[in-house]
Design a protein around this ligand. Structure first.
Ligand code: MSP
Length: 536
């Protein structure tokens, strides 16, 4: 690799990536699921005060894209440009994805480096020429083994199908270049053994270990029957296999071969988020490529499950691909970001339904959280003219709330920040919200308010202060998941003039009691999570 620049590298960033998505079609919920998860993780770590690098992008070469472009009567490049600009980038903006870079595999900064990487492997004797014949699934862009194919039925009677796409495979016979993947089995197994956290969850790790133990075959890394790809540097009748091209985005986007300082400050990834269907590419082929090239391996490959509709993997090709816009129009962007991470255990498959989304929205977001926020603001308005009162003596009930908050902060950080247990981390905060609601019901400030004695007024001040201070902490803890509503609540609590910007509030400090100073101006804004219209 050509090292450029002599500047000393700074501290390494926490580097999070999503898969780069095929642009044969517009994004659906399944794609957005991983991208939102990466965004929440990114924002969470930023609020921990870490330097974070969040990368996403698009996978634009290969037969699948080429055929789609042909079917639409445009060149592959035109097709990709159109989809990226009109569908993919706007969706990420709409969903408030705070990525630091967006890599497209047709960019020169990528293709030049891909050629260098492959040339380097060739020079090291890791690549040889050979022939291959076998069943290929174009939607997967992968050769399949005979054993994993399914027998077709109905319109596909007599044909053999890809187990993921349930579409017929094509028989391919080509002269290709091969990467000596088979030589890496033992080293990969040793790495999995020494780094149990490398592949997550446990079930995914077991599956990969079992697969590698069966013995790896060498990998065909070029195609010669079409030309929509990066040319093999020493033989331009071949293009580089789209998966080799695609995996390298994680290196080329962060300065591999072009900006050594940035590369050292970013690479390797701390977390590659991937769907379970593309786990082997990331947990077997990608580390073997890095080993072959002498580069460090990622820290963690985290596989998420599939979003299912009617028992099938949601996808455009089986017409279950729901557009995220359909849901954000109805529930709003923040609720959308929250729902999939809250309702589905990361790593497992999860079914999506409108009914479940509506029910959780109403009970947890609108009733538990939104109502708490509006009640507290309304009472501070009514009883203290909108000025947050000074609390008096901290009683047992208040101490229980402060303790509950300490637990929530610790649990949320450990679960979400460390273990990618998004559902558990969010639940820790919502359990605390329930606790605060219970506190208000017990303390009944609306009853205390009827007593005009100085003692009762002091008590009222303490109760409302406790609730407002709890909301201050919830806002900080939920900012990564729901940035927009958190910003609204931050404003409604009048927190910014005293405490500064919400995104700058360190998570580690979120549980320190008593930060919201008395005297702030509390205002009742519009409902954070308005009642759903009865349209669905
Ligand atoms: N281009 C490759 C990835 C290359 S990464 C170096 C690819 N693209 S994809 O667009 O087909 O899929 C991208 C991701 O979306 C995969 O992680 C896949 O698991 C995910 N999903 C597609 N449908 C999904 C669901 N229904 N549910 C959850 N995620 C799913 O593969």
């Amino acid at each position: 690799m050509a090292a450029t620049g002599s500047e000393q590298a700074g501290p390494k960033a926490y580097y999070v990536s999503t898969p780069i998505y095929y642009v044969n079609d517009a994004p659906h919920l399944g794609h957005a699921y991983t991208t939102v998860a990466g965004d929440v993780l990114t924002r969470w770590h930023r609020q921990r005060g870490e330097k974070v690098w969040y990368l996403t992008g698009t996978d634009e070469h290969g037969q699948k894209i080429m055929r789609t472009a042909e079917a639409n009567g445009v060149s592959p490049q035109e097709w990709c440009d159109r989809l990226v600009e009109e569908s993919w980038k706007p969706l990420w903006e709409h969903l408030r994805i705070a990525n630091d870079d967006f890599i497209r595999t047709t960019e020169k900064r990528h293709t030049d480096r891909v050629r260098e990487f492959v040339q380097d492997l060739y020079d090291r004797g890791e690549i040889y020429q050979g022939g291959y014949e076998g069943p290929y699934c174009v939607p997967c862009e992968e050769y399949k083994t005979y054993g994993e194919l399914l027998d077709g039925e109905g319109e596909y009677e007599g044909l053999q199908l890809c187990p993921i796409h349930k579409k017929p495979v094509e028989m391919l016979k080509e002269e290709n270049y091969f990467f000596k993947l088979s030589a890496y089995g033992e080293r990969l197994l040793a790495h999995y053994e020494a780094h149990p956290e490398f592949i997550q969850p446990e079930s995914a790790r077991n599956e990969v270990v079992q697969f590698v133990r069966q013995g790896l075959e060498d990998l065909s890394i070029s195609r010669s029957t079409f030309d929509w790809g990066v040319k093999i540097p020493w033989d331009d009748k071949h293009v580089i296999y789209v998966w080799i091209d695609a995996l390298l985005n994680y290196a080329t986007a962060v300065g591999y071969g072009s900006d050594q300082k940035k590369f050292e400050e970013t690479f390797p990834a701390d977390v590659h988020l991937v769907g379970k269907d593309i786990l082997r590419f990331h947990a077997v082929i990608w580390p073997a490529m890095l080993m072959a090239n002498g580069l460090p391996l990622p820290k963690r490959i985290a596989a998420n499950g599939w979003l299912m509709v009617g028992g099938e993997k949601m996808s455009k090709s089986n017409l279950t691909g729901i557009s995220p816009h359909e849901l954000t129009d109805h529930f709003g962007v923040d609720a959308y970001r929250w729902y999939f991470l809250r309702a589905i255990v990361f790593g497992q498959d999860g079914s999506f339904s409108w009914e479940d989304f509506s029910a959780r929205y109403t009970s947890e977001l609108a009733n538990d959280y939104g109502n708490l926020a509006s009640r507290v603001a309304a009472m501070v308005g009514k009883y203290f003219d909108g000025t947050l009162p000074e609390p008096a003596a901290h009683g047992e009930a208040e101490q229980a709330i402060a303790d509950g908050l300490t637990t929530a902060v610790r649990d949320a950080d450990e679960k979400l920040g460390e273990h990618l247990d998004f559902a558990g981390g969010i639940a820790a905060v919502f359990d605390f919200i329930k606790q605060v609601n219970g506190y208000l019901t017990e303390q009944a400030p609306w009853k205390v308010a009827k007593d005009t004695s100085a003692e009762a007024q002091e008590r009222l001040a303490t109760i409302l202060y406790t609730a407002a201070e709890s909301l201050r902490a919830c806002t900080v803890l939920l900012n990564a998941v729901m940035p927009e509503s958190s910003a609204k609540l931050w404003e409604s609590l009048g927190a910014e003039p005293a405490l500064g910007a919400l995104a700058d509030q360190p998570l580690a400090d979120a549980g320190r009691w008593g930060q919201l100073p008395a005297g702030t101006k509390v205002t009742k804004g519009a409902a954070l999570f308005p009642r759903l219209e009865e349209t669905k």
